[in-house]
Design a protein around this ligand. Structure first.
Ligand code: ZN
Ligand code: FE
Ligand code: FE
Ligand code: FE
Length: 163
């Protein structure tokens, strides 16, 4: 990052970054749903897949508000998180362990998104882009909910194992 970059440049960079990230997540979620052992976890992934489709559309609206065509830019961050997740569950044989691993990986994705959307909303407000901020806030709320649901599923799983 150089000092000559404007906040708007940074915002657009993050917009492209998160657009790429959501598209990667769109590809990862059906695979995770397929692998999930518990019905609740599978449903959670399927539900968030639907939400993610809407999130992509919202980002396209934000591009439009910026007068830009939607375009992603490779985000090594999300790529790494997704790759690491696929790697970590590769050899899991026990279905509970597989689910626990996928929950952990999915939460890493949600936390990444929460960090990104939080920053983008702050910057959109600073740039006077109120409509964009509202669109991004709708998505951030979904990411928080997804994260909370994953925590509940993880706790439920641990409690079952303890019982
Ligand atoms: Zn980037
Ligand atoms: Fe998302
Ligand atoms: Fe990134
Ligand atoms: Fe998400």
């Amino acid at each position: 990052m150089t000092a000559t970059k404007s906040l708007e440049d940074l915002f657009v960079h993050l917009l492209k970054d998160v657009y790429y990230a959501e598209k990667q997540i769109l590809k990862a979620l059906p695979k995770m749903a397929k692998k999930a052992d518990s019905d609740q976890l599978r449903q959670a992934f399927e539900h968030h897949l639907k939400e993610t489709e809407g999130q992509v559309q919202r980002l396209e609206q934000v591009f439009e508000l910026c007068g830009l065509k939607p375009a992603g830019k490779t985000c090594p961050g999300i790529k790494g998180i997704i790759e690491e997740g696929q790697e970590s569950i590769k050899d899991a044989k026990d279905p509970d362990v597989l689910d626990a691993g996928m929950i952990a990986d999915a939460q890493a994705v949600e936390h990444y998104e929460i960090a990104r959307y939080g920053t983008m909303i702050a910057w959109a407000n600073q740039l006077g882009m109120t409509d964009a901020a509202h669109l991004l806030q709708e998505t951030l709320d979904q990411e928080y909910n997804a994260d909370r649901l994953l925590t509940e599923l993880a706790e439920g799983q641990l409690n079952r194992q303890a019982a």
